[in-house]
Design a protein around this ligand. Structure first.
Ligand code: ZN
Length: 131
């Protein structure tokens, strides 16, 4: 399937299809794409690079008093979305709580978030366990 990159309707359709996917299927599409598409392919003999899905989040720490008072947010935290390692599970019922699991890859030290406890680091490809 080839998509006409100059047709905004086709790009809109593609984005709508991706938006409709559940998190596990969305991650699988990105894993397949990112395994073939790298940021610096012309430098790949001497420059490792990869795309990965990043998650940025911050938390509401103090709500407004309703009279225009300040709203306080925590600082942003950044993490990489780990690919679920479904080979570690006997049955897969689909994602439940979004990216509720967190951890750090022991090989490359990237901070990860995952939809399951057993994941695959999106940067180095090693197994990562999250809690
Ligand atoms: Zn890693």
């Amino acid at each position: 399937m080839t998509i006409d990159e100059t047709d905004p309707q086709k790009l809109q359709s593609l984005s709508q299809a991706l938006i409709a996917l559940q998190d596990d299927a969305f991650l699988e599409v990105l894993r397949l794409v990112f395994s073939k598409r790298i940021p610096y392919p012309e430098e790949s003999a001497w420059h490792n690079s990869c795309y990965f899905l990043g998650i940025a989040s911050n938390l509401l720490e103090d709500e407004s008093d309703g009279e225009g008072g300040p709203v306080a947010w925590s600082g942003w935290s950044m993490s990489a979305a780990a690919y679920p390692d479904l080979s570690k599970y006997e049955s897969w019922q689909g994602p439940e709580d979004g990216f509720a699991e967190g951890g750090q890859c022991q090989s490359c030290s990237v901070i990860v978030r995952g939809i399951v406890k057993h994941g695959i680091c999106p940067v180095c490809g090693d197994d990562v366990y999250m809690t």
